[in-house]
Design a protein around this ligand. Structure first.
Ligand SMILES: Nc1ncnc2c1ncn2[C@@H]1O[C@H](COP(=O)(O)OP(=O)(O)O)[C@@H](O)[C@H]1O
Ligand SMILES: O=P(O)(O)OC[C@H]1O[C@](O)(COP(=O)(O)O)[C@@H](O)[C@@H]1O
Length: 328
């Protein structure tokens, strides 16, 4: 159908629109950050389809029932996303919008009722943290979820979550196809870590970097004031160092930044501890910022897994604290 938002609306994305992925033409493979496919560094354009509202849409908005569910753990911005989905669906003319409470659990736990959503209900939810709908982790039966989708007569389901959630969304989509249901499953990637390729920035990332500043500033003040003080701040980042790197760079106070992507040695002439010694000798104090997943190779591995099946990491913060003890 023609999804015309308003008579005068001309903000649709054309199906042939493309977004250019790389904007630098490197002259040589030795240019900083060069990603060259061949020795001449010839210019290879890389394009992707442009996302955004299309004029031609499949569903008749007035007849649609849309659901929204937030799964996994919290991430700043979830309420902004819920709110914007509701506002945008309403703009298209969708009137029947519901929230599913506490992740996939809301599909099969009877006491978790559907939450009717509209622009009035969601108007201020972006001012609060957490998820307006609640979240959950842990097991879910795909066939029970799809039974529930059928019983509720959902036409589209917006699924906000991380890796596990998207594996779930994909399985739900597969089951809907198997049952020949005309249900759209839309995945909205959620990670505070900002480690998704091709995305400018994932929601929640900026808030995490900003919140880290308070910890870094406090550690800086402590380290700077103490005699031979060493500040150590451990930040989120199981396998990605974007939060730690951006927080360190934007603070301007961090001397040593350790992230999972860049291996480092602790001991020896080029080790972190030698550099720490040098900092203490030259400036009298030092500030370190470390991502949760950095340096795991120096720690005893645990076989335990969390509710999402992730391996429980050993604590690099405590390990570093013990190692730096003699330096201050
Ligand atoms: N491989 C999978 N197949 C189907 N559902 C899954 C899968 N992995 C996780 N899920 C479901 O997705 C939800 C969220 O997953 P979880 O791993 O806790 O968080 P995240 O989405 O942040 O990785 C849980 O309810 C879980 O049951
Ligand atoms: O202590 P928890 O609950 O395991 O969470 C910490 C971890 O969550 C993560 O930020 C990933 O979470 P999301 O990708 O779901 O936002 C890791 O990088 C981090 O180390």
């Amino acid at each position: 159908v023609d999804g015309s938002l308003e008579e005068s609306w001309n903000g649709y994305v054309n199906d042939d629109d493309r977004a250019l992925l790389k904007v630098i033409k490197f002259a040589s493979p030795t240019s900083a950050g060069a990603e060259c496919i061949d020795p001449d560094c010839s210019w290879v354009e890389q394009w992707v389809h442009r996302a955004g509202p299309r004029k031609q849409i499949y569903f008749e908005p007035q007849c649609v029932k849309a659901g929204i569910v937030t799964c996994g753990r919290l991430c700043p911005g979830l309420n902004d996303v819920i709110r914007q989905i509701v506002l945008t669906l309403e703009k298209y003319g969708v009137k029947n919008i519901v929230g599913i409470q506490h992740g996939f659990r809301g599909f099969f736990e009877d006491h978790l009722a559907e939450v009717p959503l509209n622009r009035h209900v969601v108007q201020n939810i972006n001012l609060a943290g957490g998820s307006f709908l609640g979240v959950s982790r842990g097991g879910a039966s795909i066939s029970d979820i799809v039974d529930s989708i059928q019983a509720r007569r959902l036409d589209m389901l917006f699924v906000l979550g991380g890796n596990g959630t998207h594996a779930g969304a994909d399985a739900i989509h597969g089951e809907c196809r198997k049952r020949k249901l005309k249900v759209s499953i839309i995945g909205v990637p959620k990670t505070i870590d900002n480690d998704i390729l091709l995305m400018d920035k994932t929601f929640g990332f900026d808030t995490a970097v900003e919140a880290a500043q308070r910890a870094i500033n406090s550690a800086y003040i402590e380290a700077h004031s103490a005699f031979h003080g060493i500040g150590l701040v451990k930040l989120m980042g199981r396998s990605s160092g974007f939060i730690t790197m951006h927080a360190s760079l934007s603070s301007g106070q961090v001397d040593i930044c350790l992230i999972p992507e860049v291996p480092f040695t602790l001991d020896g002439p080029n080790g972190v501890l030698r550099h720490l010694e040098h900092l203490i000798e030259t400036k009298g104090f030092a500030l370190m910022c470390v991502a949760e997943g950095a340096g795991q190779e120096y720690l005893q591995k645990s076989n335990a897994t969390d509710a999402s099946g992730n391996m429980v990491l050993s604590d690099i913060g405590v390990h570093l604290q013990q190692k730096v003890g003699p330096y201050h």
